[in-house]
Write a protein that binds this ligand. Structure first.
Ligand code: GRF
Length: 272
């Protein structure tokens, strides 16, 4: 452990198989990741990731977003909206091309589900929220609890080389476009969908004989390594937020071993 390292208290949000979660757990247990997972939350009650967490004695919870469907909205929403809701509507960039009323409705339902997640997270006071295959959008209401002017508090792993191929099917979109390289991106969450500051990226080749399954497996191996490493950099105080010339927030990695790490990862991905 480097001198400045602070063991991070993290909460992980999942929706499915949880192999990224497993990779974090394994690295924590191997002493390679200075973090402690305080809670795993899933929106999907059947997510296998919940079982993975339980096997390692990590507390779990389910917040089923389907409980906040359209029917629910008509009855309850207006009386239970968070008080900062108007600001949430103004700041959002996750919904576009929809009528104002529809955006408001969708955000309202999302924020109500998020209220439940926040109630679980708040008492734990996590240093970082990690999204690991969490298939729900994050509203500015939720983000407002973890991002400040100079600190981003929610990390995500995305299965494509952003800003190419945002959305839920990064591997499928990369593959069917006919790309010669694919990639994975760890980034912080901001008010848009997959638009937040990039922390680290890694690439893999797509060879002519590859199938989508092969490509996905190659990418996932990179995801496991790079996501845990980014969390470790945060624990080490090695992620610095700076402003680009256009004022856009950017992340600098201060760890002098970063180039060697990336080189090794790339070599592994290209090995045949
Ligand atoms: C990963 O490819 C991740 O990048 C994406 O969803 C997938 C989740 O897989 N957001 P798992 O649940 O971690 O196995």
């Amino acid at each position: 452990m480097k001198e400045k390292t602070k063991k991070l208290k993290i909460a992980v949000l999942i929706s499915g198989g949880g192999t990224n979660l497993q990779a974090m757990i394994d690295r924590i247990e191997a002493g390679k990741l200075d973090a402690e997972i305080s809670l795993v939350v899933s929106n999907n009650p059947d997510a296998y990731g919940l079982v993975r967490a339980q096997k390692h004695g990590i507390p779990t919870a389910v917040v089923d977003y389907r409980n906040y469907g359209k029917r629910f909205l008509a009855e309850v929403v207006q009386s239970t909206l968070p008080k900062e809701f108007d600001e949430v509507v103004n700041r959002q960039r996750i919904y576009s091309g929809l009528a104002d009323g529809e955006v408001r409705d969708r955000l309202a339902r999302l924020a109500l589900a998020e209220q439940e997640v926040l109630a679980l997270l708040k008492p734990l006071n996590p240093d970082l929220i990690c999204l690991a295959g969490f298939m729900r959008l994050i509203s500015p209401y939720f983000i407002g609890h973890y991002n400040t002017e100079d600190r981003y508090g929610i990390m995500n792993i995305h299965p494509a080389l952003l800003p190419a191929f945002p959305g839920t099917d990064g591997y499928g979109a990369t593959f069917s476009y006919g790309c010669r390289f694919g990639g994975v991106t760890v980034h912080f969450i901001d008010e848009g969908e997959d638009t937040g500051p990039i922390i680290a990226q890694a690439i893999y080749p797509i060879w002519p004989e590859d199938t989508l399954e092969v490509v996905r497996r190659r990418g996932l191996e990179l995801e496991y390594a790079i996501y845990s490493q980014c969390i470790q950099w945060m624990a080490q105080g090695d992620l610095k937020l700076v402003r680009g010339e256009d004022g856009r927030p950017q992340v600098r990695i201060l760890d002098p071993e970063y180039p060697a790490f990336l080189e090794q990862l790339t070599q592994q991905a290209f090995a045949r």
